[in-house]
Design a protein around this ligand. Structure first.
Ligand code: AP5
Length: 236
């Protein structure tokens, strides 16, 4: 098999509700295949923090747990995947999140991205993480993250070695603004109404792979690596 950290990889799309483990798994995929994790949530949060026009437009919507309009998110993704570090492949974490975003992405990849010699034309690998509703609540209320390196912890399930401190760099862990219970419930409602149709969109095209995200993180990772390693037979 070709070296996983240097071969061409089809774009990887991680679908799943808030708390499904998209960010956790995206970081592991990024490390193994040496491709960037593109988290639309992280990019939006950075814009909010920096007070950019995009961040100002997104702030209140995000605080309510609702989705930022497609017309703001799609150009943001287009900008990011044009960067040179995406030429060998990239992971989309949190995108697409509406049927309109999924349709836009297919058209963009086919007509502009791959057409402009970003590697060969390959359909994305779409992986859905399925997790029980009560488990999602437990994960989101216990989540902590490192503001320095981005590593994700969970006070119930994956605690750091020292309370509230990052194992890697010792930074004090933080709670995300939208991990308050009433906002979590709204994010889960948004997922049901807006993002479930995205899985149906890919299912109808025969491109959806589902992984049991209730399993421990290492087992979920093993299944995801298997799907990526066995996707198609041309490893470039
Ligand atoms: P975003 O940042 O994308 O958040 P999300 O989709 O709500 O997902 P999360 O980051 O909460 O969960 P995750 O699946 O990454 O789980 P994690 O790995 O952290 O979006 C935030 C907001 O931005 C949206 O509400 C919206 O406003 C806006 N936005 C973003 N993208 C948009 C788009 N495309 N269009 C419009 N608006 C957009 O894990 C969760 C916890 O569980 C952690 O504590 C972790 O340690 C633990 N855990 C993970 N896996 C396991 C496991 N297998 N077993 C046990 N514990 C586990």
């Amino acid at each position: 098999m070709a070296d996983e950290s240097s071969r061409m990889i089809e774009p990887v799309i991680l679908l799943g509700p808030p708390g499904a483990g998209k960010g956790t798994q995206a970081k592991r995929i990024a490390q193994r295949y040496n491709i960037p994790q593109i988290s639309t949530g992280d990019i939006l949060r950075q814009n909010v923090k920096a007070g950019t026009p995009l961040g100002r437009a997104a702030k209140e919507v995000m605080e309510r747990g609702q989705l930022v309009p497609d017309e703001l998110v799609c150009p943001m993704v287009a900008d990011r995947i044009r960067d040179v570090d995406c030429q060998r492949g990239f992971i989309l974490d949190g995108f697409p999140r509406t049927a309109a975003q999924a349709g836009w992405l297919d058209a963009y990849l086919e007509n502009e991205f791959f057409d402009n010699s970003h590697g060969c034309n390959r359909l994305p690998i779409v992986i859905r993480l399925e997790v029980d509703y009560n488990e999602l609540l437990r994960r989101l209320t216990g989540r902590r993250s490192c503001p320095t390196c981005g590593r994700i912890y969970n006070v119930h399930l994956q605690p750091p070695k020292v309370d509230e401190c990052c194992d890697i760099d010792g930074s004090k862990l933080v709670i995300r603004d939208d991990d308050r219970e009433e906002v979590i419930l709204e994010r889960l409602r948004e997922f049901d109404s807006q993002t479930r149709p995205v899985a149906e969109y890919y299912q109808a095209k025969g491109r959806l792979k589902t992984v049991n995200g209730d399993l421990p993180p290492d087992e979920v990772t093993g299944q995801i690596f298997w799907i990526i390693d066995n996707h198609g037979d041309n490893h470039g």
